[in-house]
Design a protein around this ligand. Structure first.
Ligand code: LMR
Length: 327
């Protein structure tokens, strides 16, 4: 082989070796703070994935809507601009209707019931509900039960009449607040604090970890302990990207994902009450317990929402969710 050809061959070989040595960059983007269950799960995934695949992968975590906020993150995932996201189960309406089940008010008694449903056959099948759209569900991740908040006590549904509520992008949540005479407005998570502060909306709903880390309790006068619905996530990836990963990398990433979700779920279970306590200790908003009678009124007012979405969700799924309430 003449020297020139040899040199070219060597250069091509070197380029291949260099390319093979380049770590796969995995961007994991989300909208909440690092201290929350989702924030902690994302950081744990980085730690475990990089430990299992040294030099082969680099995981970049972007919290607080730094890279993509609501609305953009799903498109970005499909375009390949981000590889892992974990939107709230309320935000998949454009891609599948079955996940609307998680927004039905007063369906699940608590996060333990949600956990049982997600781990059961119906819940597991829902991880594949967006397969045809190119979205792969890697697992469910907990945050917590939602609490209603406003600038005044919301003891009965009548107290919500005429109030503007920020909601996630969910038709079920829209129907939920309309059912009590409220005026729901879909807003991205990154806009909530300002919307509450400036009075664009009067109230909202979120779990304790989000309320505390985003300081919603500093711009709301009252937080009702309503536990009326769940805010959980599905960790998803671009199915095309995932399927093209080298098999050993995919297996190791899957293990890291499973472990990181377990870790995040432990944070959700263990720290929900301490986030609640921090909100109370801050003394910025009054945290109000709700009586059984008050909650029954809210349940009665909001329950008609179930029937409206039953055909899309499937009665069999709703029955399985109800069964999960009984341990
Ligand atoms: C919200 O928009 O209120 C939540 O979905 C944010 C989150 O990711 O917990």
């Amino acid at each position: 082989m003449p020297f020139r050809s040899l040199a070219i061959a060597a250069a091509v070989l070197l380029a291949h070796v260099a390319a093979a040595a380049q770590p796969i960059v995995i961007k994991y983007s989300h909208v909440v703070a690092d201290q929350t269950p989702k924030g902690q799960a994302a950081l744990k995934f980085k730690e475990l994935a990089e430990k299992a695949l040294p030099g082969k992968v680099t995981v970049q975590v972007f919290p607080n809507s730094q890279l993509f906020g609501d609305g953009k993150e799903m498109e970005a995932l499909l375009l390949g601009d981000v590889q892992i996201i974990a939107p709230s189960l309320a935000k998949f309406g454009k891609y599948t209707k079955v996940l609307q089940i998680f927004d039905l008010p007063f369906l699940f008694d608590d996060i333990a019931a949600v956990d049982r449903f997600q781990g059961g056959p119906k819940g597991q099948a829902m991880l594949d509900s967006m397969k045809s759209k190119g979205i792969k569900g890697l697992g469910y991740l907990h945050n917590g039960m939602k609490q209603l908040s406003a600038q005044k006590p919301l003891k009965t549904p009548a107290d919500a009449k005429g109030l503007k509520f920020r909601i996630q992008a969910s038709d079920v949540l829209e129907a939920q607040f309309k059912a009590v005479g409220g005026n729901p407005q879909k807003l991205a998570f990154a806009e909530v604090y300002q919307a509450l502060q400036t009075g664009v909306v009067d109230g909202t709903e979120n779990p304790w970890s989000n309320i505390y880390t985003k300081k919603f309790h500093e711009v709301q006068k009252v937080i009702m302990e309503s536990n009326h619905g769940v805010l959980d996530y599905m960790v998803i990836t671009n199915a095309g990207w995932w399927d093209k990963l080298p098999a050993d990398v995919r297996t190791a990433l899957n293990t890291a994902m499973v472990e990181s979700i377990k870790y995040g779920n432990k944070v959700a279970f263990d720290e929900d009450s301490s986030f609640r306590q921090k909100v109370i200790d801050d003394k910025k908003a009054t945290v109000m317990p709700m009586s059984k009678q008050e909650l029954a009124q809210w349940r009665d007012a909001m329950k008609p929402v179930w029937a409206k979405f039953e055909a899309d969700i499937g009665k069999d799924n709703i029955d399985a969710a109800l069964a999960a309430n009984k341990n």
